[in-house]
Design a protein around this ligand. Structure first.
Ligand SMILES: [Mg+2]
Length: 230
């Protein structure tokens, strides 16, 4: 058995800035603060980590628990409006075909390992009808730390199939050095794809096990999966 755990933003889809806009709007609504996300690079970070950074930058302190709860609530409600209307929303090249292939592959299960709050993840994937491929995952709502949420995604995939997986049979697919780093720390197989804001050359520096420009041709990735099986 193999588990393939996908990141969302820059890997499966791009929300066209819907996530950033929703976060900024949540800050504006709660604290009357404009442009709270300015100067913060959200790529590869978890939602709770981004929100913490925004709080420290704009308020000069961490958010209190009740503020955090309101921010998350507001963020999700703005996201529900922003995602369906986002003109820049798109599915990354080859993703629908890749997921269809993987779904039919015997002995392969798919899940998510994403910094998004689970509800946010479902909203973002919902527009493209991709939720049905992912019945479990590790999310930013599970843990602020990306490595830990990836660990949670792995244990959920093992619970899902009721057996332990070999580390090398767990594939962490993502578009940033953070995804590669989490995989390396956990001893799993890393698959980097340059469809987000990091180039092939930048991702290569982090020495992923596999590196693809995109998945417009699903074959190289499918081949990588069967090669590892031997
Ligand atoms: Mg990403």
């Amino acid at each position: 058995m193999k588990a393939i755990l996908f990141d969302i933003d820059g890997t499966l889809i791009l929300s066209g800035g819907a996530g950033s806009r929703a976060l900024s709007q949540a800050f504006e609504k709660l604290f009357c603060l404009d442009n709270a996300l300015d100067g913060i690079k959200p790529d590869g970070k978890t939602d709770p980590a981004i929100i913490r950074e925004m709080c420290r930058k704009t308020l000069g302190r961490d958010c209190r628990a009740e503020e955090l709860e309101s921010l998350n609530k507001q963020y999700l409600s703005f996201l529900r409006r922003e995602v369906p209307e986002s003109p820049g929303y798109r599915v990354m090249p080859g993703i629908p075909e890749l997921l269809k292939h993987l779904e039919l592959k015997e002995g392969v299960i798919m899940g998510l390992a994403t910094g998004n709050l689970e509800e946010g993840a479902r909203i973002k994937l919902g527009r493209a009808g991709l939720n049905r491929y992912f019945r479990f995952g590790g999310f930013g709502s599970d843990c602020e730390d990306r490595v830990e949420l990836t660990r949670i995604a792995i244990s959920r995939s093992q619970e899902f199939i009721g057996q332990e997986l070999k580390k090398q049979d767990i594939y962490i697919v993502g578009d940033t050095p953070f995804d590669i780093q989490s995989s390396t720390l956990l001893g799993t197989t890393s698959v980097a794809v340059a469809t987000g804001s990091y180039s092939i050359a930048q991702l290569k520096e982090w020495q992923p096990d596999y590196l693809f420009p995109n998945f417009s041709d699903p074959e190289p990735f499918l081949n990588a999966l069967s090669l590892i099986a031997n």
